[in-house]
Design a protein around this ligand. Structure first.
Ligand SMILES: Nc1ncnc2c1ncn2[C@@H]1O[C@H](COP(=O)(O)OP(=O)(O)OP(=O)(O)O)[C@@H](O)[C@H]1O
Ligand SMILES: Nc1ccn([C@H]2C[C@H](O)[C@@H](COP(=O)(O)O)O2)c(=O)n1
Length: 664
């Protein structure tokens, strides 16, 4: 997951490959609650691991529910409808799928509970659900603004509940209120319980998920249209034993859109098919209308580009409120204005999504019209795309759908602010995108310079702050030197071909900061001064340099690379967007190395270190191939009198200068 303040997505061209998506958030949190309320043990497969499921799991644990994890599988010991803990204070983040159903279930279970969330959760309405529960005789108080969390729930006896008449709940603000009642009321079903929906029920497919999962847990709800639901007397939750969570259909929307937009052989999505129980799977109908070619099987989808440009769409998107945000970005690639209607619920989601989408689409250059319950997006023709820093409003879906703007025809990069907000439902979203997307030019920053100038330290930190990959090319020469020694060879022309063969086939793995050679951790052996000298010697052999070329270039992967070495800017990545030549006086470098070695308990002297590094510099800069020297277009940075932080800030400032975005 990217935890950087922003993530720059370079212009993307094509996409192809297979993705396996995380489990559905809606199914995961419903299954967790049902498994906790049921009697018996439920084994849950493929559960989503994200912020929203984590808060639900924490809440269940606080309520005394036993949850065991074995790899990807969760075993939940159901409470059988009885509380083990009569009081608790629960923090539910920004998870509506936890806050609403838990409110209803805990109001009926008869304990004293406080339910809180993040500030945005305290702005998301819950009054209609609380009103419905109050009609029943439940006791729920608002701890802040009336109609909104946080809430205090007080105990009531089941026998005191008023269950004779129908319970009325509004269905036109959020379908989660009805879902919450449907999931919780079987706890009190000594007689038939009738729920009447007031107003036109929105997001009906989510109610279908609820009914489907209730049936899996032994509760068959009778339904009269979408207005009346009856929970039969005597209903009792029974664990189904094993239950598999489908991949998230809303998350699939980004990859369905990707297949429709990007050139290439198409995208295959594993874990969810057209027969999914999730309402957002109907996104495929909208994508087809816009021109996507969609094929599907029992648990997979395959999407490729069909009509291009995409066809504009005018859609009542009430049935796919979450996935429809993706259509708003697809609309930029359409042949006319696209309108998404009946989406008033967007205004009470993680953020006001109509405002958020309109604002950010406009930053890209698009013309957008919006109203209380609709958004109209005009296409952005080639030549009019603007580089934009996309604000994400702590809304995972805003972050994910705007990544698709990187496929624009103008080759304009997109900056996504606070990319970690995707943790809500899809922590590895960007990694998954990058595994199938192709960029004509992956950004590279090169940091070259003499030994002990601080290249490695600077490179690691710059890469970390940008969320980029990192190449320590010196390590490749060091490993080659070590392999040479172990093979009983010397860095001389007579052994050059054999050492190059070793370099070409290094059984090398980088794992959590460690370097493994044929499975052996050689990290310590590589950092000795002797290993540095051997590396310097083998690196002067042209065949060795040629042998390591492809390996070094293979590190250039999305979203970008920071590479440290001697010839990164001159030979390996001559087209890099920024080249830095880092130096420090020999005296400073010897002193730094001295401190570094002493801190590791290695005894040495500053004088001998200085002699060694000057000898190494001389060899590295005087060899015939790829000698150490600044690239003509490199920026020189002498950090003799700088702290590490000052060097990092300087390099990031230079990088920002060559980016199209305003500083964020
Ligand atoms: N600006 C700086 N000020 C003070 N110390 C620094 C600075 N930059 C790096 N150092 C320290 O200098 C030491 C050497 O740094 P580093 O290993 O990053 O150098 P290097 O150029 O990568 O060396 P090599 O080429 O031999 O791998 C480290 O202990 C590091 O913390
Ligand atoms: N791009 C590179 C990187 C390293 N070398 C050689 C020369 C160095 O003395 C040696 C060890 O590098 P270090 O780990 O100290 O950065 O490897 C090179 O020729 N080209």
């Amino acid at each position: 997951m990217f935890t950087t303040p922003f993530l720059d997505i370079p212009p993307l061209g094509a996409a192809a490959g297979t993705v396996r998506l995380p489990g559905s958030k809606s199914i995961s949190n419903r299954v967790l609650l049902l498994a906790a309320l049921a009697s018996g043990t439920t084994t849950v497969h493929d559960l989503l691991d994200s912020d929203d499921t984590r808060v639900m799991l924490d809440a269940l644990a606080a309520l005394g529910c036993t949850v065991e994890r074995a790899g990807d599988i969760l075993r939940i010991e159901g409470l059988g409808g009885r509380l083990k803990t009569p009081s608790a204070s629960l923090f539910l983040g920004n998870a509506g799928t936890a806050m609403r159903p838990l409110t209803a279930a805990l109001a009926l279970l008869g304990g004293e509970f406080e339910l809180r969330g993040v500030p945005r959760m305290h702005e998301r309405p819950i009054g209609d659900l609380v009103d419905a529960l109050t009609q029943l005789g439940c006791r729920v108080d608002y701890l802040g603004n009336p109609g909104y969390p946080p809430l205090q729930i007080h105990p009531v006896a089941l026998d005191d509940l008023q269950l004779d008449g129908p319970i009325r709940v509004r269905g036109d603000v959020s379908s989660q209120f009805l879902t919450a009642l449907l999931l919780a009321l079987p706890l009190a079903a000594q007689r038939d319980i009738v729920i009447d929906v007031v107003g036109e029920l929105i997001s009906k497919p989510y109610i279908e998920i609820t009914l489907n999962l209730l049936a899996r847990f032994g509760i068959t709800v009778r339904r009269e249209g979408w207005q009346r639901f009856t929970i039969p007397a005597g209903s009792q939750y029974r664990s189904p034993g094993d239950i598999h969570v489908e991949a998230d259909a809303s998350s699939a929307s980004y990859f369905i859109a990707l297949g429709a937009i990007a050139e290439g052989t198409g995208i295959r999505i594993e874990g969810v098919g057209a027969e999914s129980i999730q309402g957002d799977i109907r996104f495929i109908d909208a994508a087809r209308r816009m021109g996507a070619r969609v094929d599907s099987g029992p648990n997979w989808l395959a999407i490729s580009r069909g009509a291009w440009p995409l066809r504009a769409i005018d859609l009542d998107a009430n049935h796919i409120p979450d996935a429809a945000m993706t259509l708003a970005v697809m609309a930029l690639y359409a042949d006319g204005p696209s309108t998404l209607r009946n989406i008033a619920s967007w205004r009470v989601k993680e953020t006001d999504r109509i405002d958020a989408m309109a604002n950010e689409l406009r930053k890209l250059g698009a013309t957008v019209e919006d109203g209380p319950d609709f958004i109209r997006v005009h296409p952005l023709p080639a030549g009019s795309w603007r580089p934009a820093s996309i604000k994400t409003y702590d809304d995972h879906r805003v972050a994910m759908c705007f990544s698709l703007a990187a496929f624009n025809p103008d080759g304009v990069a997109v900056r996504i602010l606070d990319p970690h907000c995707v943790a809500k439902t899809f922590p590895d979203y960007f990694e998954t995108l990058f595994s199938v997307a192709h960029a004509p030019e992956v950004p590279v920053i090169c940091i070259d310079g003499p030994t002990a100038s601080g290249k490695g330290t600077l490179t690691v930190e710059v890469a970390r702050r940008l969320g980029y990959h990192y190449l320590d090319s010196g390590t490749l020469y060091r490993v080659t030197g070590l392999a040479m020694r172990r093979a009983g060879l010397d860095a001389e022309p007579a052994h050059e071909a054999r050492i190059a063969d070793l370099a070409r086939a290094l059984p090398l793995v980088f794992n959590e900061g460690k370097v493994l050679l044929a499975g052996e951790d050689v990290s310590e052996d590589l950092r000795t001064e002797a290993a540095g000298m051997d590396a310097s010697r083998v690196s002067a052999l042209p065949a060795v340099r040629a042998a390591l070329l492809a390996l070094q270039r293979s590190f250039r992967r999305l979203p970008g690379l920071v590479a440290d070495g001697r010839d990164m800017g001159t030979v390996i990545f001559p087209d890099a967007g920024l080249k830095v030549y880092l130096t420090a006086s020999a005296a400073h470098r010897a002193e730094r190395r001295y401190k570094q070695l002493i801190s590791k308990g290695i005894s040495t002297t500053i004088d001998s270190l200085r002699a060694d590094l000057e000898a190494r510099d001389l060899r590295d800069s005087s060899r015939s191939v790829a000698p150490l020297k600044p690239a003509p277009d490199a920026r020189l940075l002498d950090n003799s009198h700088q702290t590490i932080e000052q060097s990092v800030v300087q390099v990031l400032a230079w990088w920002q200068e060559v980016q199209p975005f305003e500083s964020s």
